[in-house]
Design a protein around this ligand. Structure first.
Ligand code: GTR
Length: 326
């Protein structure tokens, strides 16, 4: 029985390889934690179409959505090793590895999404993309992650005082642990896939995220209070494994870069639409959305986080340049 199963499995795997091979010379494996249909997943699929066309069918992309290849921290390592070719992730899980990624992940660094776009589309964005090269990765493009706010299962949070002693999940980044501590609450770094059950079972009181993730993860079902403090506008990034990159000709590398860039406006359009859809759905579900919140105390509380993480002249210059960007 076991042997039969193994043989059947091998046959199916071979058939899948043959099918892929017949469609395209090389199919790049791309990872995403989000479900099929999510803006990031669809944007990478759009990139795949562009790439297939521009390389005359030489290169294609297959998106493994819904964390099929693992949680973000693990898939980043697999991408560095070359087991995964492309990866669409938040900048958060890179914070502990690549210091430049901490800068656009700083709380309240961007005044608005428009400000974030101007910065990330310009020389600072390029400097951050370039920083991936020293870590076996090629930074290809930034995507949107909207703004992130706190949600919880206990009560409507209307001020920092309300957060005292509460437990929130953060992405696996030391800086986000310090961010939550600076607000008087406790942080638990966890993989995204563990958040729903952790809220449900009371291991944590809540988490923080943008509208589309709060929606599609189902977190809005178990944490009904959403406080729009918008502490983070952290961009997402599409990276390629340096190992996979080095196998490509310079022309194909250029085609990958161009296709990634071309997927950015597609992503932004899908993102805007999804934010509205998710917001409408969550409001209709009866969740309590707290909008009348004074953000200034939250902003002021972040001073120690900036002092701890923005130390070198290089990082200080980046922060100053972002703040000076209109
Ligand atoms: C989402 C982001 C994911 C992941 C997730 C998380 O907004 O798109 O890449 O980082 O948040 O909180 O882990």
């Amino acid at each position: 029985m076991t042997l039969m199963k193994t043989l059947t499995g091998m046959l199916l795997a071979t058939a899948a390889m043959v099918m892929t091979a017949s469609a395209c010379d090389t199919t790049l494996k791309s990872s995403d934690t989000h479900p099929d249909g999510y803006p990031t997943v669809e944007a990478v699929k759009a990139m795949g179409k562009t790439l297939e066309e521009s390389t005359g069918g030489k290169l294609c992309i297959e998106v493994y959505h819904s964390a099929q290849l693992g949680e973000e921290k693990d898939t980043i390592e697999q991408t560095q090793f070359g087991a995964i070719d492309l990866n669409r992730v938040s900048l958060g899980p890179f914070n502990n590895i690549i210091e430049e990624t901490q800068i656009p992940s700083l709380p309240y660094i961007f005044r608005s999404v428009a400000h974030m776009h101007t910065v990330m589309d310009g020389p600072i964005g390029q400097q951050i993309l370039d920083a991936f090269a020293a870590h076996d990765l090629i930074g290809l493009a930034f995507y949107d992650g909207g703004s992130r706010s706190f949600y919880n299962k206990e009560k409507p949070i209307k001020s920092m005082e309300d957060m005292k002693g509460m437990k929130f999940r953060v992405m696996q980044s030391d800086m986000f642990v310090d961010m939550v501590s600076a607000l008087g609450a406790n942080a638990t770094p966890l993989p995204y896939g563990e958040v729903y059950s952790s809220i449900q079972t009371g291991v944590i009181d809540g988490a923080e995220n943008n509208w589309p993730s709060y929606d599609t993860s189902g977190h809005y079902e178990v944490a009904k209070y959403y406080t729009l403090d918008q502490h983070l506008i952290v961009p997402e990034v599409l990276v390629m494994s340096k190992k996979s990159w080095d196998k490509l000709s310079p022309e194909d590398q250029q085609a990958v870069r161009s296709a990634a860039k071309a997927s950015v406006p597609v992503m932004r359009e899908l993102w805007e639409a999804q934010e509205k859809i998710s917001q409408d759905k969550i409001r209709a579900a009866g969740n309590e959305i707290i909008t009348d919140i004074d953000k200034q105390p939250f902003i002021d509380a972040m001073k120690p986080v900036y002092e701890k993480y923005v130390k070198s002249d290089k990082l200080k210059e980046m922060v100053a340049a972002i703040q000076a960007t209109k």
